[in-house]
Write a new protein. Structure first.
Length: 152
């Protein structure tokens, strides 16, 4: 269940606080293959199952950018701003991929509000997101996402 914020003031008051964790999501080969098709990134470590089993990760791995793109699916599980007239993704400040996501892994996001700054008509919110791999020692992805929420 996402944490709900009803105003810019509530968002500002939450800087430094945890947003909790999303649900777990299984990363299976069909998702990896569809991402490869969508991005024209068919590197063998992602899509050639037999070769990848003999490679450095002992299995195919998800694209780093696939993992990052799934942050967009996780964020609504972490944060909700129902009073905003519009919310848009503005970008990312920092993105790193500390660990690969082998096919068959489950991942989830944990987040915290890192910053809230005023912008015309609303606020810009930086959420520090860490994508965890179930049972993994390191996160798969760490990113600072930037969203803008506009209010009337």
């Amino acid at each position: 269940m996402p944490q709900e914020f009803r105003s810019a003031e509530e968002l500002r008051a939450a800087v430094g606080k945890s947003l909790g964790a999303s649900d777990w999501l299984a990363i299976e080969q069909p998702r990896i293959d569809m991402f490869a098709d969508a991005t024209d990134d068919h590197q063998w470590i992602h899509v050639d199952v037999e070769r990848a089993k003999k490679g450095p990760f002992n299995a195919p791995i998800a694209h780093g950018y696939l993992t990052l793109s799934l942050v967009n699916a996780f964020l609504p599980q972490l944060i909700s701003v129902p009073t905003a007239t519009m919310g848009v993704n503005y970008g990312c400040n920092k993105v790193r991929f500390p660990a690969p996501v082998p096919v068959g892994s489950r991942i989830r996001a944990v987040g915290e509000i890192a910053a809230v700054e005023p912008v015309r008509g609303g606020v810009q919110v930086v959420v520090r997101v860490s994508v965890e791999i179930e049972g993994g020692a390191k996160p798969a992805c760490v990113a600072e996402t930037v969203s803008r929420f506009l209010f009337e």
